[in-house]
Every structure is written in structure tokens, then in C-alpha cells.
Design a protein around this ligand. Structure first.
Ligand code: R5P
Length: 312
């Protein structure tokens, strides 16, 4: 595998993020190493690296999108494999699964985000880069060498090219207000945040805000992720009842599980625009630029000789 010239930087493309990794590699002028994935009948994935991994810096790009545990395991395995060659391994996890499990909401709940952080470190990630991770608390679990970059500017630029009537930016919940305000400032549009309540046992959401003046306006709902679509559907229903014109949804991670896309359309949302942190029809906005800018291959935190399989 490691024949030929030693590149300064290698980008290792995980099976969930092949296209995004290739774009990041082009921007960095780095060599691209593809990871071939073969899934066995018991669900295990066998990964084979196709190309030379730099001894200096390896950047592993692998999202933890559904199937979450399979893609997380692939991320961990690729980070581990890359760190056997490179002095510096940067794990780029565009979508971090379990980031919503950053605290125990109900007694006895396991805070799985802590486990994700520990596993990435144990696998050999010297630095971690995420895109719009769900919360600061989630980022803290990834350790001090983790950094989050924002896709909000790229998403807002996409909407800036559209012909919108009196656009107004709306966060579907109070927690997303900062993100929505940042989006609105790029567009030069007003911004409000709705108050959402989620039943921690059933997961059902409801809007508790009483009123909002959105009449005649095109509204853009801005969220970090759309999973089942429940939050966006409730918010869209609320806004449409108050006489808005069109409703759009912008999010970084458009997971759109099951028939979420159909249900969101049926709720009167004209279009969902996401980014290529995850695959899918709505993932229209490219974030390879912000990722490439955020990668730091600088002074490697090297302790002793390179690790090999025998020394692990
Ligand atoms: C919640 O705090 C998040 O920011 C999203 O609003 C939520 O996770 C989206 O999930 P769903 O589409 O299932 O409502």
C-alpha cells in the first residue's frame, strides 16, 4: 500500500464521504486515498485502503450519518489505520452522530457522546474537525484539539442567490437562535426564534410560541439538522397559519430519515437545502471550502516512534 512518493498530506476518503473527501483533497492539493468497503453478511465492514498514506499528515474524512454505528466504526478504523502511518492524523467528521446525547435529560440516560470522544482519541485522532456539531457541550467531549467550522455562510450564500420576497429567518427553537441570527446577518434579513418543546419520552415536538409576524414573507427555517422532520413540520405549520408566503428549510445535515422529505413537502415546505456533510438529494451546498480552511496539519504532537500494529 505504501509504495511510491510520500505525499505531504493524504486525504483518506471514508465510505460515507467519498465525494466530499475528493473535493477537500483537491483544495488541499493532497493525495487521495480511497477506502474500499466490503460488508459481510453479519454486518461487519472490511475496509481496504487504496493508495499511499502520508507519513506526515493524514486527514480522514468520514461522516457518521446513518447507518450511524457502521459509519462511526469505519471512521474509527480509518483513523486507527491512518495513524499507523502518519505522525499527525486529523479526523474530519462532518456529521457527528450522538452529539444530541450530550447530557442526561432523564435519569439513567447514558451520555454516549462522551464515548464517541474517547473512542476517536483512542483510535489515534490528534485533531478533530466537525461541521456545525449539535452543541458546544458535544464539541467539548471531543477534547481540546477539536474544532468546529460553520456551514452557515455557505448555506446563506445559496439562499442569497434566490429571489425571495421579504425574507425572514426563523429558528425552530431557542437553542438555534445564534445560528439563525448568523444566517440572517449574511442575508441582511430579520430573524426570530420559536419556542419548541420536546417530550423527552416520546420525542414528539410542539411549538409553544404564541404569535409571529411573518405575513406575506418568504420564511427560511434554519436548523443544524433535519432528522425525522418533526421539528421543521411543526414550525412550518405554525408559520403557514400566520400567513407567511413560502417556507424554505436550510440545514447543515439533511438526514431526512424514512419518508421525512415527503412529509416535509406535504407540510408546505417549498424546498429543503442541506450541505454535503451527509449524502442525499437535499445536500446541495458544498462545504469542502470551510473544511479545507479548518484543517491544521501543523506541528505534530509526536511522542516516540511511529506506531505499528505490533506496538498497539
Ligand atoms: C434539535 O435540537 C435539533 O437542532 C434539531 O431541531 C432536531 O434534532 C431535528 O430533528 P427532527 O427532524 O427529528 O425533528
Amino acid at each position: 500500500m505504501n509504495r511510491g512518493r510520500d505525499p505531504a498530506v493524504s486525504v483518506v476518503a471514508g465510505p460515507a464521504s467519498g465525494d466530499l473527501a475528493a473535493r477537500v483533497a483537491r483544495r488541499l492539493g493532497a493525495g487521495l486515498v480511497r477506502a474500499e468497503a466490503r460488508v459481510f453478511s453479519d454486518g461487519e465492514t472490511k475496509l481496504t485502503l487504496r493508495g499511499r498514506v502520508s507519513t506526515r499528515c493524514a486527514v480522514v474524512v468520514q461522516s457518521m450519518e446513518p447507518p450511524v454505528d457502521t459509519n462511526m466504526m469505519a471512521a474509527l478504523s480509518l483513523v486507527s489505520a491512518a495513524s499507523e502511518h502518519a505522525r499527525m492524523t486529523v479526523a474530519v467528521i462532518p456529521y457527528v452522530a450522538y452529539a444530541r446525547q450530550d447530557r442526561a435529560f432523564l435519569e439513567g440516560e447514558v451520555v454516549t457522546m462522551g464515548v464517541v470522544g474517547r473512542m476517536l482519541k483512542a483510535a489515534g485522532a490528534a485533531r478533530i474537525l466537525t461541521v456545525d456539531i449539535h452543541s458546544r457541550a458535544g464539541l467539548r467531549f471531543l477534547g481540546t484539539r477539536a474544532r468546529n467550522v460553520s456551514a452557515v455562510g455557505a448555506l446563506a450564500a445559496h439562499f442569497g442567490k434566490m429571489k425571495l420576497v421579504g425574507p425572514m429567518v426563523v429558528s425552530p427553537d431557542a437553542g438555534g437562535r445564534g445560528r439563525a441570527e448568523e444566517f440572517a446577518s449574511h442575508l441582511g434579513a430579520p430573524c426570530i426564534a420559536l419556542e419548541k418543546k420536546r417530550d423527552r419520552r416520546t420525542g414528539a415536538v410542539s411549538i409553544v410560541t404564541r404569535d409571529a409576524d411573518v405575513s406575506g414573507r418568504d420564511v427560511i427555517l434554519v436548523d443544524d439538522m433535519i432528522s425525522t422532520g418533526g421539528s421543521i413540520i411543526k414550525a412550518a405549520g405554525f408559520l403557514r397559519k400566520r400567513g407567511c408566503r413560502r417556507v424554505y428549510a436550510a440545514c447543515t445535515h439533511a438526514l431526512l430519515l424514512g419518508d421525512a422529505a415527503r412529509k416535509i413537502r406535504a407540510a408546505g415546505v417549498t424546498r429543503v437545502v442541506g450541505t454535503n456533510t451527509v449524502g442525499g438529494e437535499a445536500s446541495a451546498v458544498d462545504v469542502s471550502g470551510v473544511i479545507a480552511e479548518g484543517i491544521d496539519c501543523g506541528a505534530p504532537p509526536r511522542r516516540g516512534p511511529l506506531r505499528g500494529p505490533a506496538g498497539r
